[in-house]
Design a protein around this ligand. Structure first.
Ligand code: SME
Length: 152
């Protein structure tokens, strides 16, 4: 976990003092993508005024632009406000395969003022890729971004 604590400190330093969300999501997704091995997609979806998800800054292959609330792993994280830790996406009902190589996935909600305003989605081509420490790390990244924004 020490390694991830260090990366969380780097993440804080990266976004501190910058209130604009787009560059912060861009840098955080790049940091996550560089930090975790065997990851094929890392990025954000933001919540629209209509209540769905819209593709934000990411690293990886081009992805689905809009995801409805309650749909797929991301829409489930939005609807439940709970991190989705999916060891095998093929076993997740309604999983949306943006990159057919993806086998496991973690989606952490981003909260501002008690509401989900975005989700952080990370995919791996390896089944059961993510450890509990890594899930906590990703929740930490989502938490930093949530605390930092201009709407916070
Ligand atoms: N697999 C996600 C869709 C987003 S892509 O993986 C980038 C889902 O089921 O919500």
């Amino acid at each position: 976990m020490e390694k991830y604590d260090e990366v969380l400190r780097m993440a804080r330093a990266l976004i501190e003092g910058e209130p604009e969300d787009v560059p912060n999501m861009a840098n955080l997704s790049a940091l996550v993508f560089e930090t975790l091995a065997d990851v094929n997609w890392a990025g954000f979806y933001t919540v629209t005024a209509a209540g769905g998800l819209l593709l934000g800054p990411f690293q990886g292959k081009p992805a689905c632009i809009r995801i409805a609330r309650g749909k797929g792993v991301c829409g489930t994280a939005l609807e439940t406000g709970k991190t989705q830790w999916v060891p095998d996406v093929h076993a997740f009902p309604g999983h949306i395969a943006c990159d057919s190589a993806s086998r496991s996935e973690v989606v952490a909600p981003v909260f501002r003022a008690g509401k989900v305003v975005a989700v952080l989605d990370v995919d791996s081509p390896v089944r059961d890729r993510f450890t509990a420490d890594e899930v906590r790390f990703l929740e930490g990244i989502a938490g930093l971004f949530g605390e930092n924004g201009k709407e916070a």
